[in-house]
Design a protein around this ligand. Sequence first.
Ligand code: ATP
Length: 490
Amino acid sequence: MANETNIFAALIAHCKEYGYIFQSSEIYDGLAAVYDYGQNGAQLKKNIRDYWWKSMTQLNENIVGIDAAIFMHPTTWKASGHVDNFSDPMIDNKDSKKRYRVDHLIEGFADELKAAGQTEKADAVLAEMDALLAKDDFAGLKKLIDDNKMTCAISKTCNWTDVRQFNLMFKTEFGAVASDNPDDNIVYLRPETAQGIFVNFLNVQKTGRMKIPFGIAQTGKAFRNEIVARQFIFRMREFEQMEMQYFIRPGSQMEWYNYWKEERKKWHESLGIPAEKLRFHDHIKLAHYADAALDIEFEFPFGWKELEGIHSRTDHDLGSHQKYSKKKMQYFDNDIDPATGKPYGNYVPYVVETSVGLDRLFLTILSLAYAEEKWTKEDGTEDSRVVLRIPAKIAPIKLAVLPLVKKDGLPEIAREIMNECKNSFMCFYEEKDAIGKRYRRMDAIGTPFCVTIDHQTKEDNTVTIRYRDTMVQERIAIKDLKGLIQEKIN
Ligand code: ATP
């Protein structure tokens, strides 16, 4: 059994052992901050993505989904501001040559102060850091690091370079066009999915005859050359985002910002995330595109961290694409403005964005689900298990179908049940090993329901259904099984 401090390490090991997450290219010793999802992980990820997609595009009549390409015209990133602004202040330790994101170095120092009981000093350091970051005061940040004698984890020295900006976008070459200017062939791997939505704003608005307010949703890969890549799938260099841009009338942004802030928190709670594990964190330093921004934070095993961002992006993106592309990004609003008695007319819409990391949400779900349990049985002996209490509606496998023994016609009945159910939800068939061992394996994978076919089944067409969370077992008629599971997973 793992204790509090190494429970996160236990979860990472569990993810590997049960086919959830593998390190990328593991046989070549891996690639830092890149991960592969295994057979159960890919299914869980898909279920979370589908749940998001459905709640955005099916439950909101005015939100539609698109799937834009990862590669985009390079001017997109000039217009969005990413070429000039998508960078983090970094500092290098001259002895170890290790590069740190300045905010991570200072936050790490503050964590150490807190662990040593110096909470007030830690808070003061963090407040000073926020103020300096808000002003882009790099000399001040360097001084804060030097004055507090912050050290590098590797060299243990305080021998630092100046603070510098480092762009996080990956570049690659496009096509086989030979050019004297190497910049002509450069394309970027998108660092966010949002721009694919902005450049398609008019295509969707016109072809879908959308009326403001309306939203465009998208899920897909994004790439960032993160300097400090740590905490497992929390910060990756290749990850997946689920973003929705909500196009609104200028001036109504605070109303919609507050609406989506509450909606998104409620949505996370609908996935079984307890309200007390979620909080809002307002941004002090706003990104180059925002007039208001906050994070929905979750209490991860390593502390409170951003899970989702809600950003009021004004008309920055559409306005900027209009300027760079010289194509109008306007909407004609023929609703009557009560202030003037005339139609609102032409304008570039404002945007409120909700942006959640699929991988971070995956980690949230798993860190809540993972439990190591011990209890005393009726006969006085000890028992234990590791269980993933993943909500049934998103669990990768819903039902395990287990014939008690591999003979006496039981596998045949089990196969009939499989065939009856597998079209409706994900099922898993297994006949090897003792039944107790099979139950434990299904607990570890997070399968909410097991059904066991035994000799009595042959007599009365009943089976035993076992519930993962309570371990309660109950006898039910085969004919009621599928309906019961469907009811529980919807
Ligand atoms: P952070 O401050 O943690 O770097 P961010 O503020 O840069 O995140 P956004 O640009 O707001 O993140 O991106 C929206 C969401 O995308 C985040 O809330 C997060 O869930 C996810 N995300 C961003 N960067 C990564 C990453 N490197 N790995 C995994 N998910 C990420």
